[in-house]
Design a protein around this ligand. Structure first.
Ligand code: ADP
Length: 156
């Protein structure tokens, strides 16, 4: 059986924290679909098409990784593409509380789904997209926090 996982997020922008979670999860699944959605509580900075192009460029040549855009519930996307796993990254206890609620609700909506959490590397604990967005908004250099191949200006 093909083990397909969805890694949902807003990825605004995609950081080395996200990249590391994807790379470490690859050995667990046959296919990993990075699903770019809009988080209603976060104001977007990179346009959706830019975020998708950015992630496609990071994983160009990796045929286990696919990037999609979605606008419905994560569990609906899972049902549509036959994914049984939702991948998320955990940095702090606050992440845990937030993720626990989402995972339990997802499970209540779709019992076949399992959420899989990967703990961030210690050096990535403080990296989050909102801080990277602030750096970029004010013209700073965020290259330390973004995948090596990425020039953020290209995707704005
Ligand atoms: P969302 O808006 O859905 O929270 P994000 O793009 O902020 O989307 O995050 C997507 C996933 O990546 C979440 O599970 C989040 O906890 C995880 N994540 C974000 N930054 C890091 C990081 N530095 N290390 C590990 N996981 C991370």
């Amino acid at each position: 059986m093909n083990k397909i996982a969805i890694f949902p997020g807003s990825f605004d922008p995609f950081t080395i924290g996200h990249e590391s979670i994807v790379l470490r999860a690859l050995s667990l699944f046959d296919k990993l679909i990075i699903a770019v959605g809009n988080n209603e509580t976060k104001k977007g900075f990179f346009p959706l098409a830019g975020r998708i192009a950015m992630i496609n460029d990071v994983f160009a040549g990796n045929n286990k990784v696919e990037v999609v855009h979605y606008e419905d519930l994560t569990v609906s996307l899972c049902q549509r593409v036959g994914a049984m796993y939702i991948l998320r990254g955990l940095r702090t206890s606050a992440d845990f509380e937030y993720e626990r609620a989402i995972a339990q609700v997802n499970k209540a909506m779709y019992d076949d789904i399992e959420s899989v959490f990967i703990l961030t590397l210690p050096e990535h604990t403080s990296i989050n997209s909102s801080i990277v967005r602030e750096i970029l908004r004010y013209g700073g250099d965020a290259s330390k926090f973004m995948p090596a191949s990425i020039d953020p200006k290209k995707y704005l």
